[in-house]
Unconditional design. Structure first.
Length: 605
């Protein structure tokens, strides 16, 4: 195997085409046979990644090109999974910055590029999706250069090569007039522009654990880059945490390297290699795996703080235990603790009586992905409304502020600005981005953005695009008005009847359809007015033995309103919960009994 190596990470905003470009690179470098069937976006291996079309976990792959081994790391584009990107950049010696030819640099582009430049990496800039009819490559190149300058890039970093590409069609050129044949110019550029790993072979073995996952055959697997030295299978190693304390000692039972999308066992690894090791049970992300004689841990970046949290408790509804196999608080606790251990961007705390768990993360999407994953594993749980993490400093309350960039048609710009102002947002920039569109930038408190996505899509008739990124902590901006109508609450347990739903349609929009099981205290719809209303959705038609024309009107039902898990989490109010089971998502009141609800509302007021 070649000892000539290049390690490179691909970074970009969400949906700018990272994973699709890697597909094309792997096909053209001879990773697959001519007749081999290959999935689209082969790097998005998880079920949720395939369904949503987004990358959630960073993953390395490897190709051979002109006798050089190129390790490529695919990274997530969503800000919620930024914790992955920060750590992964430690494994790379260069980055490919991918930018959409029409959208240009977006908030996440700025975030990941800032991290890469701070680590001294030299980027290659690719303007992707050149074949878009609304593409504007020359302007986008200027915007990228401005972004580099604003992020204090040094002279070497500012001298970046630019390529134009279509990842989907599999071509890349340095000049738009060149023939558009394949991705060979990009692969050749990686070999000349990206430095070889700067390593010290003579020192004892040390690697920084960057990614952690579990394998059904190997157990816990730690992925990272060997910083110096070499190691063989069955060598004795120890794990040091960031404070230099020994976490555990053990043996390297398996050493694996990446070959395409596969992990291949090897006997020996050297400095500069990106490897995966098995055999350690306690070592985690940011730990140094090293020879027993090493005493100093390798440096690792601190992860940005969690800005949002939810409370997770046992499902205690009347339907508890009917659909899931994992329903006890002990099972939920063990699962959440193992998640917090693997995923460093998630924080975990539990209440004194150990029946309620607070999980913190970067945003609603990250928390939603965790809950959806648990749901698919057979868990039943109850989730509270997300709340932002407030800090206290010098007796002053500080709350997280997000930078929000909104691309919207000009005709809807005023209603978006009005809605954001009500949510205590400050507009920092507004400019025309061509083709009748406006790009508006705000600094808004995270609190005000919870649940705004659905209203935003309604206000812009589904045409607006909103991107958010954590900006800083700032003094608390006061109460944000929560504009939401009251709930329609079921009075009884049973299955909803079409006749009852038909007669209740004038009262508001329904969340349940005919024959949906319901229980007392469950939210079955949204009221047209601001107060909650208790309704009976089980009431059938009173049958008599008289049949007259004119008494049998046809029952016409409007289809029930469907919401995703994240929509439901941000929809609920403080006195409501979301019941999550493997088969159902139900909205409910915290107190199912009407008397307890009245008592709680009196105490609150």
């Amino acid at each position: 195997m070649s000892r000539d190596i290049r390690n490179i990470a691909i970074i970009a905003h969400v949906d700018h085409g990272k994973t699709t470009l890697i597909d094309s690179i792997m096909k053209q470098s001879g990773m697959f046979r001519e007749n081999q069937a290959v999935d689209e976006r082969v790097m998005d291996s998880g079920d949720l990644e395939k369904e949503r079309g987004i990358t959630i976990l960073a993953k390395p792959t490897s190709i051979q090109w002109n006798d050089v081994r190129i390790n490529i790391i695919d990274t997530p584009g969503h800000a919620d999974f930024g914790g992955e990107v920060e750590r992964v950049l430690h494994m790379a010696d260069g980055v490919i910055l991918l930018t959409d030819a029409a959208e240009g640099p977006m908030p996440q582009t700025k975030f990941v590029l800032g991290k890469a430049l701070a680590q001294g990496l030299r980027p290659i800039v690719i303007i992707n999706k050149i074949d878009r009819p609304d593409g504007r490559p020359e302007e986008v190149v200027d915007e990228v250069f401005d972004l580099f300058v604003s992020l204090d890039a040094n002279d070497e970093q500012l001298d970046f090569p630019i390529m134009y590409a279509s990842g989907r069609d599999g071509w890349c050129v340095s000049d738009l007039d060149n023939p558009r044949e394949n991705l060979h110019p990009l692969l050749d550029l990686i070999l000349t522009h990206v430095q070889k790993p700067q390593v010290e072979e003579g020192k004892p073995f040390a690697m920084l654990a960057t990614l952690l996952d579990s394998d059904p055959f190997l157990g816990r697997c730690l992925t990272g880059r060997v910083q110096h030295g070499s190691a063989k299978v069955n060598d004795t190693v120890k794990a040091l945490n960031l404070n230099g304390e020994t976490v555990e000692s053990g043996r390297l039972s398996k050493l694996l390297m990446f070959d395409g999308t596969e992990r291949v066992p090897v006997e020996e690894v050297h400095a500069g290699d990106i490897i995966c090791i098995a055999g350690l049970t306690k070592a985690s992300v940011a730990d140094t795996i090293c020879d027993p004689q090493v005493t100093e841990p390798l440096q690792s970046t601190p992860i940005d703080p969690a800005t949002m949290s939810v409370n997770i408790t046992v499902n205690d509804s009347p339907f508890a235990g009917k659909e899931g196999s994992k329903v006890t608080s002990t099972m939920i606790r063990d699962r959440l603790m193992s998640e917090a251990e693997v995923n460093v961007a998630i924080t975990y705390t539990e209440s004194e009586d150990k029946d309620s768990f607070e999980i913190g993360g970067r945003g609603e999407l990250q928390l939603g992905v965790l809950i959806e994953t648990m749901r698919r594993e057979g868990f039943e749980l109850t989730v509270s409304r997300p709340k932002v993490v407030i800090k206290e400093e010098d007796g002053q309350k500080l709350e997280p502020i997000e930078e929000v960039i909104i691309d919207v048609d000009e005709e809807y710009a005023s209603s978006v600005v009005d809605a954001m102002n009500r949510r205590k947002a400050e507009m920092t920039d507004m400019r025309s981005s061509g083709a009748g569109k406006q790009r508006i930038t705000f600094l808004a408190p995270s609190r005000g953005l919870i649940g705004y996505q659905s209203k935003f899509l309604t206000d812009t008739r589904g045409t607006g695009i909103m991107n958010r990124l954590f900006h800083s902590y700032a003094p608390y901006k006061g109460d944000v008005p929560q504009r939401r109508n009251g709930a329609l609450i079921s009075t009884d347990q049973g299955t909803a009847v079409a006749y009852a739903l038909f007669n209740l349609q004038d009262r508001g929009s329904m969340f349940v359809g005919h024959q949906t099981p319901v229980y007392g205290g469950m939210i079955v719809g949204e009221h047209n007015r601001e107060n909650d209303l208790e309704v009976n959705v089980l009431k059938g038609k009173q049958l008599t033995n008289v049949r007259a024309s004119g008494t049998d009107d046809a029952v016409k039902l409007t289809p029930p309103r469907k919401m995703s898990l994240e929509d439901m989490m941000s929809y609920i109010n403080e006195d409501e919960l979301l019941e999550v089971t493997p088969q159902s998502l139900r909205l409910r009141k915290k107190f199912l009994c009407p008397h307890e609800r009245k008592k709680a509302s009196r105490a609150a007021s």
